[in-house]
Design a protein around this ligand. Structure first.
Ligand SMILES: [Zn+2]
Length: 284
């Protein structure tokens, strides 16, 4: 009996000593990672900070988004610090249901504009049931995500009550990390962009996640003149029925940059930054 006990203790010690190096050495770096995940026709973005804070912006239309998230997070990470649901369209929120069922989500920001689709109602009931801190996006609010990494809410300017186009309820966020910045626009159209420009005179940003999958009615000249993006990312599905991205939007973007990265052509796109420089990696 005594012998079996000793063997058991030895086995436990051996197992722990194997696991300890994994726990401490796993994937540690000082870089901000922005994964524009290939979710087909939709948006799904995972952001991981140097101290492993995790922000998710939208989750695409399929329930495998959770698996894609898991594959990019350290094994020990079991919570999502902040989740942003830009707006109540399925190509942005459906994949988030599985994330909510599999991870502890600490905070959620949403537009405050609800839809009555049954899966959206289920998503909201899940948030309530899990008692997650649900924050309505408020223009100008600044959220600290990690040391030197802040998010600024740019849209909606005021809470939407009546809006014919749900795309124009999209939460828009600017992320700042020292000299690096990126704007995430959800599916905002030119009307929403113009509203932001009434309040923000300089939106200059290294990276722009292009609005509404590169549709004709987003990424208007005045918004691009203010954001002056060096690199733009279009999250869009291959051969999608909407014919996104539209050639007019592409030609407007081309006036500002020739770095147009598309998930339909490249798959998942990873942008890395140390707060000064940034670079992109294509993950097939
Ligand atoms: Zn969309």
């Amino acid at each position: 009996m005594q012998k079996r006990k000793i063997i058991k203790i030895i086995l436990i010690i051996v197992t722990i000593s194997f696991l300890i190096p994994y726990y401490f050495l796993e994937d540690k770096n000082d870089l901000l990672e922005i994964h524009f995940i290939d979710v087909g026709q939709g948006d799904g973005i995972l952001i991981k900070t140097p101290n492993d804070k995790v922000l998710i912006i939208d989750g695409g239309p399929y329930d495998d988004f959770n698996k894609k998230v898991s594959s990019k997070l350290p094994y020990r990470k079991r919570n999502i610090d902040l989740l942003v649901i830009t707006h109540a369209h399925q190509d942005h929120y459906l994949g988030l249901i599985n994330v909510l069922e599999n991870y502890r989500v600490d905070n959620i920001i949403y537009s405050g504009y609800d839809a009555d689709f049954s899966d959206y109602v289920y998503l909201m009931s899940l948030i309530k049931e899990k008692n997650i801190n649900l924050i309505t996006a408020q223009y100008g609010k600044i959220i600290s995500l990690d040391k030197d990494i802040n998010l600024k809410i740019l849209y909606p300017i005021s809470q939407k009550v009546e809006e014919k186009d749900i795309n124009n309820t999209s939460v828009v966020i600017k992320l700042e990390f020292k000299n690096f910045d990126a704007i995430f626009t959800g599916d905002l159209t030119c009307a929403g962009e113009a509203e932001i420009l009434k309040y923000e005179t300089n939106l200059e940003s290294k990276i722009l996640k292009v609005g509404h999958h590169g549709s004709k009615g987003s990424s208007c000249n005045s918004f691009l003149e203010s954001t002056k993006p060096e690199l733009v990312v279009i999250q869009v599905g291959l051969d999608n029925k909407f014919n996104h991205p539209h050639k007019d939007a592409i030609s407007r973007l081309n006036k500002f940059t020739n770095k147009i990265l598309r998930t339909d052509e490249l798959g998942t796109i990873l942008i890395l930054s140390n707060g000064n420089e940034y670079w992109s990696k294509i993950i097939k």
